[in-house]
Design a protein around this ligand. Structure first.
Ligand code: ZN
Length: 501
């Protein structure tokens, strides 16, 4: 007779199949689906989500979790099976805590809010979006109350994306680095003329850009037998199994950065997904530890590797060979600096490595104030602009360039933004450890060799999937918790050199 653990795995496998099938139709929707398919596709996706949600939250799932735990109570708590049960139990209890009518209400409000936000942003008019954001904040308060929290309601919201991370810890870390970041931006702004990035905005053949990106990620170790790249308006990574990981990129004929650095970014996400231990396939553990940990991987391959001088020592001659006329007047040094230009700007997704963190910290502060009722929704645009002035010395001329720029709030996601900056911080904590473990990593990168780096990541991080939280992984790998020191040291050294500070 099948054990309860076997029965649980069968059930979780079927739920996993439904979720990954939903990911597949979502990928198709954003890549190849004709517009005529959108209404039916929304129904198909909703049906798959409903069935998988019902299967997962059923009493029978809870019974199997308890019975399987009983059968396996002698197992090593860090074994795959023991972790499968504890992670599933945690997911199960969280999904059962949220009443079905609250889930439905959030889906209904955000479904409308995204359309309202799209139009509000087009007209740069906050007023129509304001009542929707108010509802979304109220619903997120209810969601936090349903999920439960120890200190602050925001803890429950953050925990959806970064399990075990506490608001107070994130706030302490963000507050501690803010003065240094603001000062660094101020010093760089005073020398704004030192770096010119006009070269990035020349005309580059689209197919040649595409080919160059593929060449780089092949060397990174992206496995094309277990993945592929396609075009989409908004780049993303998704996977249907460990053996089928999809990335997308966008290509702009008059701007080389989106395809070049976007491809490296998504490849970082994909290397993580391709690196999960095969034993975890078709279980809830075949996923990233958290959004922050996922972003640490994309940022590492995009920035710490892909915007580094050793990387360009190897790749600049190749890029020059691909675009001989466009890059005829460039040197390795001028191109490296162009790729690392820092400039305070209004739009987060276009921000450089130094200002990016400030964009995130602004959103984190505003979200906390909204959730705690300290900031009226009507006052958000003004509060946004005041912080932009404080942090970067610029004030958005329109709300579209300010508080209306991101889709996240209209989609109901509060607590998501900090994971981007957590990714930056974690990437540097890992990077310090990697460089200690691979002393000649810099030389390897100048030779276009990334095998030792990928092996390190596979061994220490990727293979575990979701067995451990990001907090646990940081502890296992670095021996400590979240630490912003490597991040600040890196930014000051790198951009001090680029700008001659
Ligand atoms: Zn990313």
């Amino acid at each position: 007779m099948a054990t309860s653990l076997d029965q649980l795995k069968t059930r979780l496998g079927e739920i996993h199949d439904l979720r990954r099938a939903n990911a597949l139709i979502g990928w198709d929707q954003q890549t190849y689906m004709p517009v005529g398919g959108s209404a039916a596709r929304a129904e198909q996706s909703a049906t798959l989500q409903k069935i998988s949600h019902e299967l997962f939250t059923a009493d029978e799932t809870g019974r199997l979790i308890d019975a399987a735990a009983h059968e396996t109570d002698k197992l090593d708590p860090d074994s795959d099976d023991a972790r499968l049960i504890s992670v599933t139990r945690r997911d199960y209890h969280k999904s059962r805590k949220v009443p079905a009518d609250l889930v439905a209400e959030i889906a209904r409000v955000t479904g409308q809010a995204v359309d309202v936000w799209t139009q509000a942003r087009a007209k740069s008019d906050w007023k129509p979006f304001e009542p929707y954001l108010q509802k979304i904040v109220d619903l997120n308060r209810k969601l936090a109350d349903a999920l439960g929290y120890a200190e602050k309601p925001y803890d429950a919201l953050l925990d959806q994306f970064e399990p075990d991370m506490k608001t107070s810890e994130v706030k302490a870390v963000f507050d501690s680095i803010k003065p240094d970041l603001i000062e660094l931006v101020r010093q760089i702004s005073a020398k704004a003329g030192a770096v010119n990035d006009e070269v990035l905005h020349r005309e580059y053949d689209e197919q040649a850009q595409w080919n160059f990106g593929l060449d780089v990620i092949k060397r990174y170790g992206f496995d094309f037998d277990r993945g592929r790249q396609d075009r989409s308006v908004h780049p993303f990574t998704t996977s249907f199994s460990i053996g089928d990981v999809r990335i997308t990129t966008r290509v702009d004929r008059n701007f080389i950065s989106p395809a070049l650095f976007g491809t490296l970014h998504e490849c970082g996400h994909a290397l993580y997904e391709q690196g999960f231990n095969q034993e975890l396939e078709r279980t809830p553990l075949a996923d990233g530890a958290s959004l922050g940990m996922h972003e640490s991987q994309s940022r590492m391959w995009e920035n710490l590797v892909g915007r580094s001088r050793p990387f360009w020592q190897f790749f600049f001659p190749k890029l020059q060979a691909a675009f001989p006329t466009q890059l005829a007047d460039q040197t390795l040094d001028s191109f490296y600096k162009a790729a690392n230009k820092v400039s305070p700007s209004f739009i987060r997704v276009e921000a450089d490595e130094v200002t990016y963190g400030l964009h995130i910290m602004l959103r984190f502060e505003l979200e906390n104030e909204m959730i705690e009722g300290r900031l009226k929704i009507a006052d958000v645009p003004e509060a946004w602009n005041a912080k932009m002035q404080d942090f970067m010395g610029i004030t958005p001329p329109t709300t579209a360039l300010g508080a209306l720029q991101d889709i996240h709030w209209s989609g109901g996601m509060i607590g998501y933004f900090p994971t981007y900056q957590l990714g930056n911080l974690i990437s540097l904590q890992l990077w310090d450890k990697i460089n200690a473990d691979i002393p000649d990593l810099t030389e390897q990168i100048t030779r276009g060799e990334f095998g030792a780096l990928l092996t390190w990541l596979r061994t220490n991080l990727h293979q575990h999937g979701r067995k451990f939280t990001s907090v646990e992984l940081l502890q296992r790998i670095t021996g400590g918790g979240l630490n912003p020191a490597p991040y600040l040291k890196y930014l000051k050294a790198k951009f001090g050199e680029v700008y001659g500070l």
